[in-house]
Ligand binder design. Sequence first.
Ligand code: IMP
Length: 428
Amino acid sequence: MPAIVVLGAQWGDEGKGKATDLLATSQPIDFVVRTSGGHNAGHTIVVNGEKYATHLLPSGILTPGATSVIANGVVVSPEALFAELDGLIARGVDVAQLVVSANAHVIASYHVAIDKVSERFLGKNQIGTTGRGIGPAYGDKVNRVGVRVADLFDEGILRQKVEAALEVRNQVLAKIYNRRAVEVDAVVEELLSYADRLRPMVADTSLLLNRALDEGRTVLFEGAQATMLDVDHGTYPFVTSSNPVAGGVCVGAGVGPTRIDRVIGVIKAYTTRVGSGPFPTELFDEDGANLQRIGGEIGVSTGRTRRCGWYDAVVARYSARVNGLTEFFLTKLDVLDTWERIPVCVAYEVDGVRHDEMPMTQTEFHHATPVYEYFEGWGEDISGCRSFEELPKNAQAYVQALEEMSGAPFWAVGVGPGREQTVVVRDR
Ligand code: IMP
């Protein structure tokens, strides 16, 4: 199975690393690739009892022998990249096998300034971004005034591009947001200061990955953010500015859809969301607080508390559809150990009408209230279970019921944070 996509099926933070861990137990993974987003992501990885957090780097950076790739669809802050690399180097991690696409767009300090000031300006309509400059960098890309990694190696071109980018940005900063304009010289100097260190890492990553697939190597495309945060398919405008869905992987890596073998959607046994936007199963009561506490639902990137709610099968079915999922990986089932009765959202009611599928408009989605079915809890610690049969009967029934309503087969279930705390439902 050479080309595998692992992506988030809800609003992010589903524990995508668990799926990667399980894949790595059955085959060596040669390449781990990020294809969208930037250092707004957050992966927590535990290796030999040591905890690491990556934001921009693929988790493969911690796997000896694997090549980590930051592909063209990613927006790269060189400052964040080097800070992350230096953090790992200081802990003795070998980071030599990192490749960065020449075509990836660059996040400069002015993108961060604009992200922060525009959020403040939006007031109660704010997106709740991570404030890392992601949206403004993608905005420049689509407006064709972006700076790409390769531009850092040609000062003349770099200056031209920065001038073009700042022409409009500076007007906006000064005239709308009442901020000081950014100086071209300062930005050029800032970006050039990264060039020497970046140069040996840069390559044509589309060529590299396609050749690797031709040779039968295993390539893992590691999702960041998630389906419901997709700029096309998520809860727009409360989304990120890229395409974390499976289609975005092909665009973001320069790899055709016919090359992908598996698309694994990672989904929590309940739901969380960071930032603003609609969330039909969100809980504001003790259950929500308990999910947050037991699940340790605090953002890796921003330290923000995650909003929590019950499993939403409408979202699951939608994710299965827009991603063409071949399977789901259900995570954090153990978090539900103590509930006597577990609600699951099977449909929505919108203005008195039942919707079994995602409503067509965001207005309807904002008005959606969950229709719940209730399942018996299992009331025992499942973190030691290592096979589906070892799970208590009620936990098995919960998993089977979710599978039936979620639109794709369940491959495996996570029962704890450790690499080995996984139950395979069916072998692939
Ligand atoms: P941005 O990606 O910083 O522009 O933020 C846009 C929205 O996506 C905000 O609601 C963020 O909280 C959310 N978001 C971005 N990255 C992640 C992530 O890795 N996990 C969960 N939410 C995220």
